[in-house]
Design a protein around this ligand. Sequence first.
Ligand code: URA
Length: 489
Amino acid sequence: MAAKKSAKKSSKKPAKRTAKKPAKKPAKKPAKKPAKTRRASTKAPAKKPAASPTTPELIAKKRDGGALAEAEIQQLVEGYVDGGVTDYQMAAFAMATFFRGMTPKETAALTLAMRDSGTVMDLSSVPGVKVDKHSTGGVGDKVSICLAPLVAACGVPVPMISGRGLGHTGGTVDKLEAIPGFRMDMSTKRFASQLKKVGCSLFKQTAELAPADRQLYALRDVTATIESVPLITASILSKKLAEGIDALVLDVKVGKGAFMKTPEQATELAKSIVRVGRLAGKKVTAILTRMDAPLGRTVGNAIETAEALRVLHGEGPEDLIDCTMALAVEMLRLGGAARSEKDARKKLEAAIASGEAIRVMEKIVKAQGGDPRVVAEPDRLAIAKSTLEVPAPKAGFVTGIDAFEIGWSSVSLGAGRTRSDQDVDPAVGITIDAKPGEKVKKGQPLARLHVHPKQRRKVASVVERVAGAFTIGRRAPSLEPLVLDVIRR
Ligand code: URA
């Protein structure tokens, strides 16, 4: 089950390890000397093969709204990984793509070129349908941490590759690394053997897997080029296709705290990912879920991990449990472990009630070098002790919480990054004390900021920003359902 250099046939287009330089056309055989008596040809002389366009020409083509050919996209991606295309050129290309978009053909070419920029794993020796889940990114979205062990506890192997925070959204890698000793940078060989033994591996993208995405993801994070359907499609799918999955469930977040602000944009992204994923031979389902307010009651790293672990104990906030269950049901169905939604829910509830989900998570944490005691006792995770309350300015019902504002507030505390070379602070974060629909008295805490004592005086503006994210009305709002749509084709 060793990782293979793209040897597995996983799409209509055979996977290949891309060469460092764009493949040269085979050298032409030397032309035969013209026979002395040859008649003059009436045909036009054969055209010389066109030289590859330069990087500035490719950027300009996209800037001007043109569609790039598959070979041109490969040239850019390969050049970016081997250093021939610089970060500033790729940033310009990302911005041009942000404004001009891509055709479905270009998006598929970009995805496959990014997948093939590194190793494509072959997990065919691991029995069962391997199913992963990915979120397009939200605030307080710690679902992967409880979902992966829960689904694995029901017999579906879960190879999961996760990312760091992006923009105002948190990342599973940053959250899980809050567990003392927990490592996500294992080799691809270990990733596969743990998957076989424990039923789940939680992996972070290494230099081997879809390196083009790794570089571009970090670049987009700091160049305001995240919210683009083709770039998100290629980013998510390139790494998922490279990890050797059979099926993928996608959580497409919609709303103020998501990259896709409207259901129309989210549907476009969902369809784009489902289309390209199917083209690559995978079963893909996209579930659209609301992301106006933060998911659950915590935003940060250690604090979110603790909340997610509580879900495995049958505790935790309702919206987090609902989101986890909706995605888990679909993973069990795609993985062949349940025939119907009812059947899937029964199995998932049993895995929590019997403690099997906790046992699987303990095995995962132990196998990845972490302290497994945090699974049974999430309070062991270190959360900054000093708190700053955000009081309700008046009595009433919380009618909304702007997740985007809360996300950036959490980044300002140090839980996320504003430059790609920064480290995150696992201990800081925000507790949401009053969720939409809940009644508050004047002065009652809407939220609490968890900070280090030395930060207290510096974060007054963050307290104000968090306060401004809450809206309070006289009447209880009617809350929209969490799951908006399920897209399978
Ligand atoms: N998640 C990813 O992996 N990539 C994106 O571009 C957005 C969300």
